[in-house]
Design a protein. Structure first.
Length: 248
């Protein structure tokens, strides 16, 4: 399996709103590529930002999150107030709200992310006359009991993110009852690593090669996310307080 990564350096995408179609139109893609785009520039493209002077981060988190658990965090790096949340079907700190490289703004997660990925896909497929192309929206993500951030998929189009192997047999002829293989997040982690986390200015990565992932016009996050009540970690998630948003 050979995979190539091509980080794309772009102009600065500036809050409060800055459409990125000019950036998309400059991409050079081939049949079978997957284009990874960081959620931040998608959110700014949509105008999903707000000045820090207009609202506190805590208030904004309450508006964006479905569930929240707030607590003081003490570490060798300092003391912080942490807000662990479930937002947009993802367990993530601070409802995914970002304030780095944001020029005095809070940047929220984008809306209708699959739809945006479909729009990008259609635009590029038409331009280059392609048959197979994947578009993936990404964000940084923490892993419990691990230092450091990796990457997570928050929206996609053109690929199937799961391989269902329930009903297949293992090496000892035992039937698998629960196992589904996450095909896209490992690739997203590679892409996010290539993007960088500070001043690299490469919010897009094109991935090319033998990625062993099925392309599909119907691919979406629809069947990829688990309802909290059906998740293995529900006993932990249940302890989190529901917000007004989740009750509406």
């Amino acid at each position: 399996m050979k995979i190539e990564l091509f980080p794309i350096k772009t102009r600065i995408v500036r809050p409060p709103k800055d459409e990125i179609w000019d950036i998309v139109d400059q991409l050079e893609v081939k049949d079978g590529d997957i284009v990874f785009i960081t959620s931040k520039i998608i959110a700014i493209h949509q105008g999903r930002t707000i000045k820090k002077t207009e609202i506190s981060k805590e208030e904004l988190i309450q508006k964006e999150a479905d569930r929240i658990l707030s607590y003081p965090y003490h570490s060798t790096a300092g003391d912080y107030d942490i807000h662990l949340t479930v937002a947009h079907g993802v367990l993530i700190p601070a409802a995914g709200i970002d304030e780095s490289n944001a020029e005095g703004h809070f940047v929220m997660w984008p809306e209708d992310i699959d739809k945006f990925c479909q729009e990008v896909r259609k635009r590029l497929m038409k331009k280059f006359k392609l048959k197979k192309l994947g578009i993936v929206a990404t964000d940084s993500h923490t892993t419990p009991l691990r230092w450091g951030v990796t990457g997570i998929t928050i929206g996609l189009a053109g690929i199937e993110p799961l391989r269902d192997i329930r009903g297949e047999k293992d090496l000892f002829d035992h039937e698998l009852h629960l196992t589904q293989v996450d095909l896209i997040d490992p690739l997203t982690t590679l892409a996010v690593k290539a993007m960088g986390e500070s001043s690299e200015g490469t919010p897009i990565v094109i991935m090319r090669g033998d990625m062993d992932i099925p392309f599909s016009d119907d691919g979406s996050m629809r069947n990829f996310k688990i309802k909290p009540e059906e998740d293995l970690y529900w006993p932990l998630l249940e302890t989190m307080q529901e917000t007004k948003k989740s009750k509406n």
